[in-house]
Design a protein around this ligand. Structure first.
Ligand SMILES: C[S@@+](CC[C@H](N)C(=O)[O-])C[C@H]1O[C@@H](n2cnc3c(N)ncnc32)[C@H](O)[C@@H]1O
Length: 265
């Protein structure tokens, strides 16, 4: 669920009109979908996490469990095309972070290192951590987190897993601590986010999702994208997204959020 400031910014920029058609590509806990419905819009909502779809009980939206990278196919299959607006609110929802039991948060040290948003996918974060070679791990951390300790963390992972497979959040935290010689939440956050991006192929999903979305919006249609990561933001910019709102510290959880809008002229 968004902070109210961000939710209002999403609504304003989607320019929701009664009777209009909108796609919420990231249903989550349903904050955006509910708000669009309340403003009289029709909604097709997508989430690749079946738990999010199962918990959303409002019958007025069409809900589909799928990956938004196939948004064009999903919309056409549901006869929901062309549309007036599409929202992508990227990243994790609070429920996934706090309740999913899939090791998304570095604070949940007893959880398995899973990080799949879609549990039908095969590869977990533990599979990557235990399966990639040293260079592969370094590449993953360096390119997705830009963490300066990426090399030493990759080395310590490879050293440690010879003795015992790295299975839980706590196992990985212990290796990071050993690698950098201290406890540092910023490092944990960056490394965990990098793993999550890799496990869920998040950057490829975004590229494909935006390409599909551009084929779905009608004249004057808008695509609103909320990002939490500079790599995602760079992709949205390439697709023509102009930045409108930047989160600040007062937005708490959403302190690094950026909102961009792509318009169809
Ligand atoms: C930040 S949350 C959305 C929160 C939502 N706007 C709300 O108000 O509750 C992002 C959601 O997008 C979903 N998601 C992330 N990547 C996806 C993808 N490629 N396809 C479909 N859903 C995705 C996640 O499972 C998560 O539920």
């Amino acid at each position: 669920m968004h902070h109210p400031v961000l939710l209002q910014a999403v609504l304003d920029n989607l320019n929701v009109k009664p009777g209009g058609k909108y796609i919420d590509a990231t249903l989550g806990e349903g904050g955006d979908t509910m708000a669009i419905l309340e403003h009289g819009g029709n909604v097709l909502a997508i989430d690749m996490d079946e738990n999010q779809i199962a918990k959303f009980k409002n019958k007025n939206a069409i809900c589909v469990q799928d990956n938004f990278k196939d948004i064009e196919k999903i919309a056409k299959e549901n006869d929901f095309y062309p549309v007036d607006g599409i929202v992508f609110d990227l990243g994790l929802s609070m429920r996934q972070l706090n309740e999913s039991g899939r090791g998304f948060s570095f604070k949940k040290i007893h959880e398995p290192l899973d990080m799949r948003m879609n549990t039908d996918e095969e590869e977990t974060a533990a599979d990557l951590v235990n399966g990639l070679n040293k260079d592969g791990l370094y590449e993953l951390f360096a390119s997705y987190s830009e963490d300066l300790n990426s090399r030493i963390i990759a080395e310590k992972i490879v050293e440690s897993r010879i003795r015992r497979r790295i299975k839980t959040v706590g196992d990985l935290i212990a290796v990071i601590d050993k690698a950098i010689g201290r406890k540092d939440q910023g490092t944990y956050r960056r490394i965990f986010q990098a793993l999550r991006i890799a496990v869920n192929h998040e950057l490829d999903n975004l590229r494909q999702g935006l390409s599909g979305a551009l084929n779905l919006i009608g004249v004057e249609g808008r695509i609103v994208v909320v990002t939490f990561h500079s790599l995602e933001d760079r992709i949205v910019k390439k697709y023509g997204g102009g930045q409108l709102v930047k989160g600040d510290r007062n937005l708490q959880f959403e302190r690094s959020a950026k909102l961009r809008v792509i318009r169809h002229d």
